[in-house]
Ligand binder design. Structure first.
Ligand code: DC
Length: 219
């Protein structure tokens, strides 16, 4: 039987990952944070000091990357890199890395692989448009920039990093621009996605809103 896919897209700081994780828990689906996969490759390329013109090595590293999600933890080639992939260095470079067509193709295949055996909630930028255009449920989250920056700051603090809000706002703006104007799978709302403005919603409200729709309570 076909597995059920809940696709959640939108810019960062809209509460995607947090609500997707809780929603998956409530539904007993597998949660896949596709951004973590792009971050992991960024981290690995930085670690190996690979230059952007060394495409062959970049493809090899991406293809051979073994990725595993275990609750809140993320493992790359057997090593827990949950914290490392949230560093500012990775965050500032991930948009560039995720714009590389060859990397996207390999990671999209890996994302589809996860959904072969499991019902999944997957969040990202192109899940409803490219990875699973036929997903049963598609959401597109939006939120005011200031609120997104405040959430991102808290997220950084939870992972042990502290930055001024202005710096985070500037980085978010820059990242939004790269993500939505890139040639390959730009950040875009799928035509059939339900748009959810989370500016004035706390996480619990967001999750309940999504849960009611997915579980059929709102039909
Ligand atoms: O959601 P996040 O901030 O962890 O995502 C990190 C970066 O990865 C983000 O700048 C865009 C990119 N990304 C992407 O291009 N496609 C996805 N499906 C998920 C993330």
């Amino acid at each position: 039987m076909d597995k059920i896919i809940v696709a959640i897209d939108g810019p960062s700081g809209t509460g995607k990952s947090t609500s997707a994780r809780i929603l998956a828990d409530k539904l007993n689906y597998l949660y896949i944070d596709s951004g973590a996969m792009y971050r992991a490759i960024t981290f690995e390329l930085q670690k190996r000091n690979l230059k952007s013109n060394d495409l062959k090595s970049i493809i090899d590293v991406t293809k051979s990357a073994n990725m595993k999600f275990d609750g809140e933890e993320f493992f790359l080639n057997g090593k827990n890199v949950t914290k490392e992939i949230r560093s500012l260095e990775v965050t500032n470079n991930v948009s560039k890395v995720s714009a590389v067509k060859e990397i996207r193709k390999i990671l999209v295949d890996k994302q589809r692989e996860f959904a072969k055996e499991n019902n999944v909630v997957m969040d990202g930028r192109d899940i409803g448009t490219v990875v699973f255009p036929d997903a049963k449920f598609k959401f597109y989250l939006v939120c005011d920039l200031k609120v997104r920056a405040a959430r991102r700051r808290q997220d950084f603090m939870d992972h042990g990093f502290k930055f001024p809000i202005e710096k985070i706002m500037a980085e978010l703006k820059k990242r939004d621009k790269i993500d939505s104007t890139r040639k390959e799978s730009p950040l875009r709302k799928a035509k059939d996605a339900i748009e959810v403005d989370t500016t004035n919603m706390i996480i619990e409200e967001q999750v309940n809103y999504l849960f009611r729709i997915v579980s059929g309570l709102d039909l």
